[in-house]
Design a protein around this ligand. Structure first.
Ligand code: SAM
Length: 194
């Protein structure tokens, strides 16, 4: 395979390539520079749709520019509102919801995701997922404030009912203990029940 596995974003992309179906409806909860949005738009194909969110207008514009350059903008709707309000503009069923937490690379580090709004958005995401649908979160425990947010996300994820949700934590082992990692949550299908 030619897919790099350096770092959690690369891992998240590898997972998304398997988990996002053609014609799926998906959410990028933190579109930032739009790299995840672009991959999602490729994966859902001409019959799917990506709903992207960011609170920074500049991030939303950059995402839209990237999508237009790739001529995939018709598959994407960008909302300049907090992801904790995604339920006001997106309805079920979703095949995937993606969060890349922390601050925008190359942007203002003061504008970062926060535990309260992140957890509210994660909770909203669960209610929108289809059976077999996935929630994929990249956490940054080494960022200032990211430690507290990572702890909140992990406590929330670890408490999900094991009969209904398949919850995974995936991180590189030969790096700093504070290195970023992925949390993957799949909604079980009724066939999964033992
Ligand atoms: N996925 C992006 C990419 O590929 O370029 C990087 C995302 S960056 C790590 C995190 C983004 O979350 C920032 O652009 C920030 O503005 C955004 N953000 C912070 N709080 C938010 C909220 N409540 N709702 C939506 N986006 C938020």
């Amino acid at each position: 395979s030619s897919h790099s596995l350096r770092g959690p974003v690369a891992l998240s992309h590898l997972l998304l390539r398997t988990l996002v179906p053609p014609a799926g409806r998906v959410v990028d909860a933190t579109c930032g520079n739009g790299k995840d949005t672009l991959l999602l738009a490729e994966l859902v194909g001409p019959h799917g749709h990506v709903f992207a969110f960011d609170i920074q207008p500049a991030a939303c514009e950059r995402t839209m520019t990237r999508l237009r350059e790739a001529e995939l903008h018709e598959r994407v709707t960008v909302h300049t509102i907090g992801h904790e309000r995604m339920g006001t503009v997106v309805s079920a069923p979703l095949a995937a919801v993606v969060f890349n937490l922390g601050w925008l690379p190359g942007g203002d580090r003061a504008v970062t995701t926060r535990p309260e709004t992140t957890c509210a958005a994660l909770e909203a995401s669960l209610n929108l997922l289809q059976p077999g649908g996935c929630l994929l979160i990249t956490c940054y425990p080494g960022h200032e404030g990211g430690d507290r947010e990572t702890a909140a996300v992990c406590a929330w994820a670890a408490a999900l009912c094991a009969g209904r949700w398949h919850v995974w934590r995936m991180g590189q082992m030969n790096v700093s203990a504070a290195a970023p990692f992925c949390v993957l949550i799949q909604q079980g299908r009724s066939a999964d029940v033992p």
